[in-house]
Design a protein around this ligand. Structure first.
Ligand code: NAD
Ligand code: IPM
Ligand code: MN
Length: 360
């Protein structure tokens, strides 16, 4: 510790499955470099995921939620889950989405989609700068049925549920975020795009009506609408139009992976799961088991998740420095992605370069 160190940051860490541990190592290295002389990291590991389920019969220890809520400033989570580790009902046993998001009431899943100049991406021709945030409702919608659906050998059903409380709070979150941003890249307009399928389902019409009510409290932000199918198209064909997107849990899950392809792939995309009393930060992607342990995973998603964590704990200046270092690593040609989205210098090499830029 240097004399200038002023605080201790108590960090919950879930290393996760597949590429999780190598990504978390990369992010902790970068965090250490970003916080040198500023804060001491006190890392508290929590076992979680599919391997933890195999070992312990549970994907997360019973008392972990209380620690994440009460003892840690915030939690950094690697991806979890392995497709082979399933329950008798056919769903995966090693996932933590329901446990953590529901258990912590982390209702806002914040998924920034941002061009890093110099990164290879899927858009030909290039449609211009992309900088939007998908705000995915995280505690209800279709996924509220996790573990609650019904199934026999002739039929199966999962239900979608929206509550006024749930939709109001995610809509307010989205409008407040738009007020803090500088608008859509294409026209500078501060905008919230409500994405739903209100042409077909009552639950989505309910969502749209409530988002419209909340919009009236935020006159400085334009409200527009997309049906989710067209939103998928426009996120690819006209991404500069978007500033903040607010949407239901399941749609947000799908559309954020679509949008990731426009900025260099899943390995470029972080997320925050933010509630009023706890938050945790992770990549938007999964455990990519086929490339685990091969030093091929892009750690930028996890590194940028760590930057979001710093924003959340009041260290935004240092989060900004991490984002700038990631940009510089690509702009300088030190990190290059191959056609599969893997950095040619490897996972550890990418972390070294980004950490080096922060220390230098
Ligand atoms: P995935 O996101 O793990 O992988 C999809 C594709 O993207 C694969 O080709 C993979 O190699 C690639 N990829 C993902 N992250 C990458 C990175 N950082 N760098 C380079 N390439 C990367 O999705 P999947 O294969 O559908 O799921 C694998 C497992 O992860 C499943 O068990 C799934 O349930 C789980 N999962 C967990 C989370 C989470 O913990 N938040 C999220 C999504 C999926
Ligand atoms: C995500 C993931 C999770 C989700 C799963 C794996 C629980 O896909 O965070 O995007 O469905 O939300
Ligand atoms: Mn997903």
């Amino acid at each position: 510790m240097t004399a200038a160190t002023t605080r201790t940051l108590t960090l919950g860490v879930i290393r996760g499955d597949g590429i999780g541990p190598e990504l978390v190592d990369a992010a902790l290295q970068v965090l250490g470099a970003a916080l040198a002389g500023v804060a001491e990291l006190d890392v508290r590991e929590e076992e979680g995921g599919a391997r933890a389920y195999e070992r312990n019969g549970t994907a997360l220890q019973d008392d972990a939620l209380a620690r994440i809520r009460g003892e840690y400033d915030a939690t950094l989570k690697g991806p979890v889950g392995l497709p082979g580790v399933r329950r008798p009902d056919g769903t995966e046993a090693g996932l933590l989405g329901g446990v953590l998001r529901g258990g912590l009431d982390a209702y806002a899943n914040v998924r920034p989609i941002r061009t890093v100049p110099g990164v290879r991406h899927a858009l030909h021709p290039d449609t211009g700068r992309i900088d939007h945030v998908i705000v995915r409702e995280n505690t209800e919608g279709l996924y509220l049925s996790r573990g609650l659906g019904v199934r026999n050998d002739r039929a199966a059903a999962d239900q979608m549920m929206m509550t006024r409380h749930g939709v109001e709070r995610i809509a307010r979150f989205a409008f407040r975020l738009a007020e803090q941003r500088s608008g859509a890249p294409a026209d500078g307009v501060r905008r919230v795009t409500c994405v739903d399928k209100s042409n077909v389902l009552r639950s989505y019409a309910f969502f749209r009506d409530i988002v419209s009510e909340v919009a009236a409290e935020h006159p400085g932000v334009e409200l527009d609408f997309r049906y989710a199918d067209a939103a998928g198209h426009d996120l690819v064909a006209d991404p500069g139009h978007f500033d903040v997107v607010v949407t239901e849990n399941f749609l947000g899950d799908l559309l954020s992976d679509v949008a990731a392809a426009t900025v260099g792939g899943l390995g470029m995309c972080p997320s925050g799961n933010i509630g009023d009393h706890a938050a945790y930060f992770e990549p938007i992607h999964g455990s990519a088991p086929t490339i685990a342990g091969l030093d091929r995973a892009n750690p930028v998603s996890q590194i940028l998740a760590a930057a979001m964590l710093l924003d959340h704990v009041g260290l935004r200046e240092h989060g900004d420095r991490i984002r700038a270092a990631v940009d510089a690593a690509f702009a300088g040609g030190g990190v290059v992605l191959d056609e599969r989205g893997s950095p040619t210098v490897g996972t550890a090499g990418t972390a070294r370069i980004v950490a080096g830029l922060l220390s230098g």
